[in-house]
Structures are given as C-alpha cells and as structure tokens.
Design a protein around this ligand. Sequence first.
Ligand SMILES: *Cc1c(COP(=O)(O)O)cnc(C)c1O
Length: 467
Amino acid sequence: MLKRNDYFDIGQKVNNWIQNYLENIESLPVRSQVKPGDIYGKLDATAPIEGEPFDKILADLNEHILPGITHWQHPNFHAYFPANASVESMMAENIVSAIGSQCMLWETSPVAAEMEQRMMEWLRDAIGLPKEMEGVIQDTASTATLVAILCAREKATNFKSKTDGVPPGLRVYASKDTHSSIDKAVAIAGIGTKNMVHIPVDENRAMDVIALQKAITKDKEQGLQPIAVVATFGSTSTLALDDLHAIAKVCNEEKIWFHIDAAYAGSALILEEYKHLITGVEGIDSFVFNPHKWLFMQFDCSAYFVRDVDTLIRSFEILPEYLKTKNRGIVNDYRDWGIQLGRRFRALKIWFVFRSYGLEGMKTRLREHIRLREYFDQQICGTGKYQLATPSQMSVSTFTLVPKTMDLDIENERNIKLLHHVNDRGKIYLTKTKINGKIILRMVISQTYVAKRHIDLAVEELHEYYE
Ligand SMILES: *Cc1c(COP(=O)(O)O)cnc(C)c1O
C-alpha cells in the first residue's frame, strides 16, 4: 500500500504513461482485437492476499489490459457517436479525482453546485435555448430522458403516480427512428412499452408531424392520455432532424410535455448556421444533449435543461432529516434534480474546456469536422465503388457499397463483410445501422483531434477493399 506522499513518485509515472499513450495512440488498433474471455482469463481468479509494487501493476496494465481497450480517443474512431475528450477535459477530470468529493448537496462542495449552475447557463446560451430554462448535469442522455418522462408522468397525473402508482393508458410519442433509450424510459417509468407510440418518418427520416397529430387525436378519442412527445434532433442511425417548430406547435396546442433528445446534434446548435433550427421553438419542457459526444467534454457529461424546475424538484424530492441543511431553498441541491443522490464534480471539465477553447475555438473545431465530412463524401463517391445511403448531415455520412445485385440479403451480406474486414484490420473503426431492412455503414467524424490525414486513411482503407 502506498502512502499519500508516494503520489509524487507514482504520479509522475502515471503522467508519463498518459503522455506516452496519447503520443502513440495512432499506432494501436482502434477497435480492440481480443476475443471474448481473453482478458478475463488473464486476470487472477482470486484477489491478491499481499499488496504488490505499483510498478508491477503498471507493467501488467501495458501487457494485459491495454490490448482489451477500444480506443475512443483515437482519431480514426468513426464508430457509434464518439465519447469526445480533450486534453483540457482529461486534466480537469484528474483534478476532480484527486479532490474526490461527492457533490450531492450545495453544502457538500458549494463550488460544485454553483459552477454547475453557471456552466449550464453557458451551455444553454451557447446553443440558443430560452433564458428561462435551467440546467443540470446528468450522467447520460438515457438518464435525462428518463427524468423527462418521469416529470411528464407526474405533471400529467397531478403528482399522484408517485404516491398511488401509475394509472393505465398514458401515452408517449416519438419517431420510428428515435433512440432506444426512450422506449427504455417508458418501460422504467411504469407507463408500459405498449404505450410508446412510434410515429412514421418522412423521406428524410424525420417524424411525420401530421401522423403525430392524427395519433394523438385518435388516442384521445379512445380515452387514452397523451403525456409526452419526444423529438429526435439527430437520430443515432442517420442524424435525421425532427422539425422542432412543427412538433412544438402540436405539443403547445395539446398541452403535452415536449422533450427534445439532441444527444449528439445538440452541440451543433452553437453554430450560427444551425441556430434557425431552434430559434423561436416555443414551449420546450425539457432538452438534453451530450457535450461528451461532440463538445470535447469527457464522458460523462450530459446537459439536461428544463423550463419548470418546480415540477422537476417536486417529482424527485424526498427529504429525510439527515439531508436537511441550513441553506436549503436558497441554493441548488442537485440531488433533488434527478435520480441518484451522490454526484461527481462534473462542472470543472466544462469550465476548463470553455476557458481554454472559448466559444470561437469550439465553433472552429466543429466546422472543421463538418468540412472533413464533406471531403469524405467527395472522396468516397468519386470512384463508383461506394454510394451515400442517406443525405449526409453535419459530421455524419451513411454509405454502402454500390450494389451488384437486386437482392437485399446479398447486399447486406456484402456490406457486413466489408465492415468486419476494415474493423479487423484495426486502422479505422466504423459501425452500421439498418434502414428499411437495408444495412448501411456510418462514418462519424468528430473525434477531437481528427484531421484530413485521418480521413485520407479511412478512404484508403475503404478503397483497399476488394471482394
Ligand atoms: C447517444 C444517444 C443517446 C443515448 O446517449 P447516452 O448518453 O449514452 O445515454 C440518446 N439519444 C440519441 C439521439 C443518441 O445519439
């Protein structure tokens, strides 16, 4: 066991390890190449009885652990959506881990609460949400959406679901392409997934708002109770953007909770060229986006905004004696703003990133990502080997091999084979999705330090492939 002062010695070693890791990350395979069970088998079956030297632990880290990492900070990571870190954010997280505070109440670290309040204002204003909205950091968009659905449920049932249980027939609406976390939230909230209504999408894969209105009217006629609509601003499959203005109109007229899931694409709202998509959208009840996906603030950092904080707190507050403090009611006790009691000091990395990038620096990086996506599209489509599958959006393209047959199964098979081939080579990492039964590949360009040469490598890898 190390003494606290040993930090000066091992801290240096760990810092060197981190520096070395980041310097050499491009030489590592992006997606881990281990087989299931490889790492488990290398870890001793029983816990050590005696402590071991720290150097030995570090040596094992390199030899046995590193091969099991999929490198999310690798600039050739184009899979899923990124968990996008920056050096500044990593350093802030190091400091937070040294401080090690648990920030459930204002009193348990006033700066965590007050900085969180201020940072959420910075983020809110940066993406152009109305000033009356207030924010809280959640771990993930899934949690934030669950919070939104729970608030919608409480508001619609006059805060009776909390005490009496959930009445049957509450209805939630989202597009067919919405994220699976909405279904999960509806299930957990006791509303029942059969009351999750998936609205058809139009040719751009955005929610068909006329169909939404029809579904709501029909449900009401049948005695069901519409409680929430979730708009998807940037779907996970293709980054499709629901029309927020049109959906807002329906929600305002019907007096239904309006939640926006902008997990990835929300970051782009800091750019003037996308502001019109949110400007003038009225009556947003809640909004979530993940700065940890596309704003250089390390996972986890999900920004959740609400218009009516009272409803939020009323839905979540419980107050045993040991949590009553002198300043209650004067300050924000964020434990009342969500599900868990214990909270990390997550605002510090937001402050570090804002301070070091500035809003202009963030915009420049985002625009560069979008420009690289346009470049990718040109490179990939130029040769007759590949074609775009859906209209590219912001920093995301979807594509397939140019079909050789009319047979969907054969074509799906060809594209899956290609995907496994490039991911097994380890130089780049892509993932897929399925639209109308068709497998399509996704290219996401938003790793913090991605540059043109990384896109050139991706294009090279894809063109190298012959079947
Ligand atoms: C990534 C994503 C989510 C889920 O994000 P978590 O923060 O991992 O829960 C939800 N919705 C959309 C549109 C996403 O892209």
